[in-house]
Write a protein that binds this ligand. Sequence first.
Ligand SMILES: *Cc1c(COP(=O)(O)O)cnc(C)c1O
Length: 220
Amino acid sequence: MENAATRLAEVRSNIARVCKPARRKPEDVTLIAVSKTHSPEAIQPLIDAGQRVFGENRVQEAQGKWPALQEAHPDIELHLIGQLQSNKAEEAVALFDYIHGLDRPSLLTALAKAMDKAGRQVPCFVQVNIGDEPQKGGCPISDLPAFLAAVRSADIPLAGLMCIPPADTEAAPFFAFLAKLAADNGVTGLSMGMSGDYETAVMLGATHVRVGTALFGHRG
Ligand SMILES: *Cc1c(COP(=O)(O)O)cnc(C)c1O
C-alpha cells in the first residue's frame, strides 16, 4: 500500500520531470498539499515527510485543525484556496499566509480593511473565471485589468492569478489563457493545476499547484 511519503515523492518527481522540457526549475513550483476534509492524523505523515505548504478551502475547518499543527511546526505555510465570504475576511487574514480567491470589489474592500486592522499583509491571488461559467466564482475576464488596478491601489500584495478550469474538458487551453492574461497584465504568479492536471499546469507556467487527492487519496 502506498503511504503519504511515497505519494509525495511521486508528485514531486512528476513535477521535476515536466519541468525539464519546459526549461523550468522544480523549486520555482510550489506544491500546495490540499488537506481539506482530512484530519490532523492524515496530515501529520506529510509534515513528517517534509511537506510544509498546505491548502484548505474553508476558514472554519482550518481554524479547527491548523493552529495546533502550526504551533508544532512554525514554518508551515497555509493557503486559503476556496471561496471567501467578506464577513470571514478578518478570520482568514489572521490564519492564512496566502489567499487565492480574491475575485470581487466587495471582498477586496473587506480584505484591505482586515489587513489594515491586523497589521498583517496577506498576499492574494486574483481568481479569474477563466471559462466564463456563470455559476462559478472568479473575476470576469473583461473586468480583470480594472480589478487588478484596484488591488494594486489598495496596497494588497498581489501574489498572482488563480483559476479553476471548467470540469470535464481539456484544461490546457485555460491554463495557457491564464498565463497569457498574467503576462498581459504584468503578473508573475500562477496558481493552477490540481491532481488531474498539475503536470500540464506546470508545463504551462504554474508557480503554484493545488494537489489534494494525489497526495491524500480520495476524500471521504
Ligand atoms: C479541492 C481543491 C483542489 C484539490 O483538488 P484535487 O483534485 O483533490 O487535487 C484544488 N483547488 C481547489 C480550489 C480545491 O477546492
